[in-house]
Write a protein that binds this ligand. Structure first.
Ligand code: NAP
Ligand code: ZN
Length: 363
């Protein structure tokens, strides 16, 4: 048994509970979780915005920790290694996508780290917990240059932005627009700058302009500044849309050069609206991208270590998860909250900020 922060039903506050992890199989790795990031996808899921949510739910798919035990057949990691786990904990390993190292597209399909069901028929529980057991293929190494708290957000926000930047061959001089400067957005800016791109940011206001520049962007625009946006019509080769709410897709498409691509990463529940003319004129593409494969996740971590790319994190205690959710929902976090799971073990009475978002109650 291991302590976890669990949501018993949609909209309910977090409870501290004890959960069971499976016995260590031959290819399993037991990890003591030190830090877990709070991704906006966690909010979408505890609020059942995508449908089909499974409760009780223990969210968390930006997991960084230390290996405490390995199964007999594990060769890739050893006890004491600093490791990470992202959004997936299993896949069939045999379909063409798994064989191509793109487990996120597994035809079986792949098993999500939480809010899913494993191939053993048991529900999966995520990283807001002290320990997790994960199949070895889904465990990546955290380079020595990256602290565990900084590694956590890279396991989802990092790979989700790194993968499309690679897929659309961002490099020297690529004109990239990042829409939404949150957990994903700020890492997209840093990674794309390290790849040599000329990066601009589109945000709801100019409040994050100084941060954008500090992360390497050459300009920051407000989404209601139609004059500035008008001057950039047809300018960008690629746009990454990381917004967690609705966006004006036609407005974004109009900023693309001929043959440019708008990649949707944000996953709000509402449908995207697009005018055919916004695609026809300029032969533009509207695309999407979901996380990334395990090999690419390791490449991303190594790339970040090599280029000194670290997320901007605020470390919080387990007692403050409810408040952190409310702050993510209000867009106040700069730029990723990371839970220190050492604080989950011995909480006597957790604070219960029930006013907004989800509260944490003593279990
Ligand atoms: P986040 O940290 O909350 O950042 C989202 C940003 O979007 C905010 O910082 C804000 O940027 C902007 N924003 C928020 N609400 C908005 C609204 N109503 N209208 C316009 N802009 C708004 O979230 P995140 O963790 O980066 O996740 C972003 C989205 O990506 C979520 O929908 C998440 O589920 C999704 N996601 C997708 C994948 C994937 O594989 N495709 C993986 C992870 C996450 P400004 O203040 O700059 O405007
Ligand atoms: Zn995520």
């Amino acid at each position: 048994m291991t302590p976890a922060l669990s949501v018993p039903a949609v909209g309910a506050p977090f409870e501290r509970t004890m959960i069971e992890r499976r016995d260590l199989g031959g290819h399993d790795v037991m990890i003591e979780i030190h830090f877990c990031g709070i991704c906006h996808s966690d909010l979408h899921q505890v609020n059942d915005e995508w449908g089909g949510a499974l409760f009780p739910m223990v969210p968390g798919h930006e997991i960084a920790g230390v290996v405490t035990a390995v199964g007999d057949s594990v060769r890739s990691v050893a006890v004491g290694d600093r490791v990470g786990v992202g959004c997936l904990v299993d896949s069939c390993g045999e379909c063409r996508h798994c064989l191509a190292g793109e487990e996120q597209h597994c035809l079986a399909p792949a098993v999500p780290t939480y809010n899913g069901v494993g191939y053993d028929g048991e529900p999966t529980y995520g990283g807001y917990s002290r320990h997790i057991v994960v199949r070895d293929r889904f465990v990546v190494h955290i380079p020595a240059a990256i602290e565990l708290a900084d590694a956590a957000p890279l396991l989802c926000a990092g790979i989700t932005t790194f993968a499309p930047l690679r897929r659309w061959q961002v490099g020297e001089g690529t004109r990239l627009l990042v829409v939404g400067l949150g957990g994903l957005g700020h890492l997209a800016v840093k990674i794309a700058c390290a790849m040599g791109a000329e990066v601009s940011v589109l945000s709801r206001t100019l409040a994050k302009r100084a941060d954008s520049v500090r992360f390497g962007a050459s300009r920051c625009l407000a989404s209601d500044d139609s004059d500035a946006l008008g001057q950039l019509a047809g300018h960008f080769d690629l746009i990454l849309n990381t917004v967690s709410g609705g966006t004006d897709i036609d407005q974004l498409l109009g900023l693309l050069a001929v043959d440019g691509t708008l990649v949707t990463l944000g996953a709000p529940p509402q449908p995207l609206q697009v005018s055919p003319f916004a695609l026809i004129v300029g032969r533009r593409s509207l695309a999407g991208s979901v996380i990334g494969g395990i090999a690419a996740t390791q490449q991303m971590l190594d790339f970040c270590a090599e280029h000194g790319i670290l997320p901007e994190t605020e470390v919080i205690s387990a007692a403050d998860v409810g408040e952190a959710y409310a702050r993510v929902a209000r867009g106040e976090v700069r730029y990723r909250s990371v839970i220190d799971l050492a604080t989950i073990a011995d909480q006597a009475a957790l604070a219960a900020p029930a006013a907004e978002g989800l509260a944490v109650l003593d279990g």
